[in-house]
Design a protein around this ligand. Structure first.
Ligand code: HEC
Ligand code: HEC
Length: 216
């Protein structure tokens, strides 16, 4: 009887100790990944993209704040594999350890999306119409079908449609021109390349003016 009791107490205490130790270990591992991601994000990436994911520097550096996590992961892998080319960004992506990609993407995706102001309001309102309705005559599809209301983007069943609001006018224009020329060719099923090719320069300017201030 007595021995049984001692034995049971011992077992319970051991189990508790193990559980506590296990939890502490898991916490450490979890925190390690998070701290590592934070450090990478705030040391390497922040220089160009801002610690809060909104770029303090040149307008051709995209904002990462509020981009879908899966989209950031895809872009980083595309820079590393060479599917998406950038002299500036590729060496940065190459510095990431494979296990850092996901936590760094999560870090930026949780930031509050940027919200800019168009410098041409007339163009921005024309851009809003194009964004929501497309251009039937030239076959430009409505962007809203994939990038959602106000350019918020979403993770769909067959892929990720990135947030496109809160990017600078320059960045959006550059990406659309790069898709049109084929300089950027990492879109699955060529959809963005086909779309951008059908857009006039004016439409590219207008939609970029709309998107800079579209988000919330
Ligand atoms: C020296 C400046 C610089 C640094 C540092 C930098 N980037 Fe970039 N990043 C860029 C530029 C420029 C682009 C746009 C490339 C292009 O023109 O397509 C970009 C694009 C991106 C994109 C694609 C965004 C989109 O909307 O498609 C992601 C994701 C990204 N960077 C993540 C990171 C991460 C994560 C780090 C840190 C490991 C980092 N960057 C460090 C300059 C930088
Ligand atoms: C059929 C769905 C679809 C439609 C419609 C569509 N897009 Fe996209 N777009 C995508 C996908 C998917 C990507 C991401 C490609 C990749 O993986 O790099 C993208 C990428 C982009 C990017 C680059 C974002 C970044 O951060 O680098 C811009 C800008 C963009 N689209 C603008 C537009 C505009 C403007 C329209 C309307 C004229 C439009 N898109 C219509 C699916 C779509």
């Amino acid at each position: 009887m007595k021995l049984n009791h001692v034995e049971r107490t011992f077992r319970v205490v051991t189990a508790r100790k193990l559980a506590t130790a296990g939890a502490a270990l898991l916490l450490c591992l979890g925190m390690g990944g998070f701290a590592q991601a934070n450090e990478t994000a705030t040391t390497i990436c922040a220089a160009c993209h801002g610690a809060d994911g909104s770029t303090p520097l040149a307008p051709n550096y995209p904002n990462l704040a509020g981009l879908q996590k899966e989209y950031i992961v895809k872009q980083l892998n595309d820079f590393i594999s060479g599917k998406r080319k950038s002299e500036v960004m590729t060496p940065m992506a190459e510095q990431l350890k494979p296990e850092d990609i996901e936590p760094v993407a999560a870090y930026f995706s949780q930031q509050k999306p940027a919200h800019g102001t168009p410098d041409n309001r007339m163009a921005a309102s024309a851009g809003k119409v194009l964004y929501n309705q497309g251009n039937d005559e030239t076959g430009v599809p409505a962007c809203v079908g994939c990038h959602q209301e106000k350019g918020a983007g979403y993770l769909g069943p067959v892929g990720v449609y990135p947030r496109v609001s809160g990017q600078s006018v320059e960045y959006v224009k550059q990406q659309l021109k790069d898709f049109a020329s084929g300089a950027r060719a990492n879109d699955q099923s060529r959809f963005m390349r086909t779309t951008a090719k059908r857009m006039s320069e004016e439409e590219i300017e207008e939609v970029a003016q709309y998107l800079v201030g579209a988000g919330n």
